[in-house]
Design a protein around this ligand. Structure first.
Ligand code: NAD
Ligand code: WQD
Length: 337
């Protein structure tokens, strides 16, 4: 029996592959490499010392997916595959709806046709929207999303809930990630964006000399230092959360939602300072206009994952910065270095 990992060559997927292999799971990976390459998977093999099959396959390709289901005994799917750039999603909403929602529908259809009804899905804290107050808790009503990317996550959550309502043989776990950062301690795998849209990759690209300075998006938020506060979570803790989620999903049916965050908030300037202290490398910055759609605060209530999954984030902000820096320094151009 294997776990199929969609989007497994990507940032969170590759780290999750390492932790699943280390926990003794057999895995099969598919990815269309639209935002990754198979070098990350070769490095997963190197880190884990284990073999597994991987395929270049788009989740919208039902025939290709079906073939993979027929070749392997797939027990459950961890579904990472998707486009994730917030700004790009405003320019290309159709592509985002087609890839993320259309892709999920195709995948779920092939799963059902092959009698596989267990899925762990990568959702996002963005579904809490602008209306809810921190700390975000799973029982809150979802909010209004501010971009097509966020809307795809909200719709997919609702689609998966409807699928369970119609057929309660399904076991679905919706994981709402907060702000994943960091890299595997080996420095062999990490986040490799060609253009950094998120804060930590931007900081590390400034530190390594690829960008001149960080633009801090606004310092007039109602937060202690005026900059936005987020719940940064080490990607290895996040990966370990997936192992717990799959352990949980396999013997059950139902739909469960879990926040995967630390429960702690760090401001933009707080993260810059932590990075400088952890690495000894200066990160010049300039304060610029706020970015549209940003909220002042986002952090999790992380109690449910602890109570039910027995999972808690263990790695602090210093560790997140040290591990990001090791990866960035050793791979200044990502997997092309
Ligand atoms: P990523 O881009 O590194 O990984 C996603 C992977 O999916 C990539 O390897 C990409 O090539 C692949 N992919 C995209 N569309 C595909 C398709 N149609 N068929 C097959 N493969 C496809 O991103 P990530 O940061 O690892 O994110 C993984 C998941 O977690 C995504 O669904 C993302 O939306 C979600 N998520 C990410 C964050 C974050 O900040 N990184 C936060 C919340 C949720
Ligand atoms: C963090 C803070 C910015 C870049 C996004 C998505 C969310 C999820 C995680 C996928 C904010 C500030 C940033 C920069 C800055 N992704 N910032 N200068 O916006 O919390 O969440 O990634 O699911 O859906 O919206 O993360 O890293 O972009 O920003 O000042 O160059 O850093 O304003 O306060 P965000 P982020």
């Amino acid at each position: 029996m294997s776990i199929l990992i969609t989007g497994g060559a990507g940032y969170i997927g590759s780290h999750t592959c390492v932790e699943l292999l280390s926990a003794g799971y057999d895995i099969v990976v598919i990815d269309n490499y639209s935002n990754s390459c198979n070098e990350s998977l070769e490095r997963v093999k190197k880190i884990s010392g284990k073999e597994f099959s991987y395929y270049e396959c788009d989740i919208r390709n039902k025939e290709g997916l079906d073939k993979i289901f027929k070749e392997h005994n797939i027990e459950a799917v961890i579904h990472f595959a998707g486009l994730k750039a917030v700004g790009e999603s405003c320019q290309k909403p159709l592509e985002y709806y087609d890839n993320n929602i259309g892709g999920t529908i195709a995948l779920v259809e092939v799963m059902r046709n092959n009698g596989c009804k267990k899925m762990v899905f990568s959702s996002s804290a963005t579904v809490y929207g602008e209306e809810n107050q921190v700390p975000f808790i799973e029982t809150m009503k979802t909010g209004t999303t501010t971009n097509p990317y966020g809307t795809t996550k909200l719709y997919i959550e609702n689609i998966l809930k409807d699928i369970y309502a119609a057929d309660n043989e399904w076991s679905i776990v919706l994981l709402r990630y907060f702000n994943p950062v960091g890299a595997h301690i080996s420095g062999l795998i990490g986040e490799a964006p060609s253009f950094p849209n998120n804060l930590m990759p931007y900081i590390s690209q400034v530190a390594v000399g690829k960008r001149e300075f960080l633009s801090v998006f606004g310092n007039n938020y109602p937060t202690p230092d005026g900059t936005g506060v987020r719940d940064y979570i080490h990607v290895v803790d996040l990966a370990l959360g997936h192992v717990k989620a799959i352990d949980f999903a396999l013997p059950r049916t139902g739909v469960e939602i879990f926040n995967l965050g630390t429960g702690n908030g760090t401001s933009v300037l707080g993260l810059v300072k932590a990075f400088e202290e952890a690495t000894g490398v200066p990160v010049p910055y300039k304060i610029v206009e706020p970015r549209a759609g940003d909220v002042a605060y986002s952090y999790a209530n992380a109690q449910k994952a602890l109570d039910i999954l027995g999972w808690k984030a263990e790695r602090d902000v210093t560790k997140m910065c040290e591990d990001t820096w090791r990866w960035q320094k050793n791979n200044p151009n990502g997997y092309n270095s």
